[in-house]
Write a protein that binds this ligand. Structure first.
Ligand SMILES: C[S@@+](CC[C@H](N)C(=O)[O-])C[C@H]1O[C@@H](n2cnc3c(N)ncnc32)[C@H](O)[C@@H]1O
Length: 209
């Protein structure tokens, strides 16, 4: 069967550089357009990811890092299930400004394609939803997620189906398995933005140190 041409489904998929991506999201945040579009598109990434995460993370007091938190849609889901401590970080200041007050303990502006300015073993879990997509964050960020996560901590993330092989996420996930950096507990094709005929791989892995 022919591979779906996901790259034509949504305008952001045409962006190439981090600067273009940042400018696009900074404008997308104006008048809450990003959140409205996500509602209109029935974007289910955050809900699906947290549904999977909560099966593996019974302790609600763990410390979670939401990488590429945008306007905080993952935080909203974490709150629904009683998680108490999560920090968020994103490239777009305009989206960070829209995060509801008090939802995250701490929010910061960050470029996840660079080394993350956080100490080793700082978090029990990393969530990264919607951020591994065209022109956004590359597979090597997974090394940093592992570095900042404690032994037996969890990394839960989506990968847009259109870049999974193209950007080498298939190989990266396998390499991290082969060199015993993590053990993959969940891996399946999720709905994600089904209304636009765009699905994502949803992966949850346990860190081994
Ligand atoms: C599709 S949105 C997902 C946001 C949020 N996780 C959600 O599910 O609504 C992708 C997010 O990745 C962020 N992003 C893109 N490139 C990034 C980078 N290099 N570093 C950090 N965040 C980045 C964007 O600013 C945007 O908020």
């Amino acid at each position: 069967m022919a591979q779906k041409d996901v790259g034509n489904k949504i305008p952001i998929y045409k962006l190439k550089t981090t600067d273009e991506v940042m400018k696009y999201y900074d404008e997308w945040g104006i008048k809450n357009k990003y959140d409205q579009d996500m509602l209109d598109w029935k974007y289910s990434g955050p809900k699906e990811a947290v549904e999977v995460f909560k099966k593996h993370a019974e302790n609600k007091n763990i410390k979670i890092f939401d990488a590429g938190c945008g306007t905080g849609l993952v935080g909203v889901e974490l709150k629904k299930f009683g998680y108490q401590y999560y920090d968020g970080a994103d490239l777009s200041q305009s989206l960070l400004d829209l995060v509801p007050q008090g939802l995250y303990q701490k929010i910061s502006k960050i470029d996840l394609n660079q080394k993350i300015n956080i100490q080793d073993n700082s978090y029990d879990a990393v969530m990264c939803v919607g951020t591994f997509t065209f022109g956004h964050v590359k597979p090597h960020a997974l090394n940093e997620f592992i570095r900042i996560t404690k032994n037996k901590g969890l990394i839960c993330f989506t990968i847009n189906e259109g870049i999974y092989e193209k950007y080498g996420f298939d190989k990266k996930i396998k390499d991290l398995k082969d060199n015993k950096s993590w053990s993959v507990k969940e891996f399946f094709k999720s709905d994600y933005i089904a209304s636009k005929d765009v699905n994502a791989w949803l992966c949850l892995a346990e860190v081994i140190k």
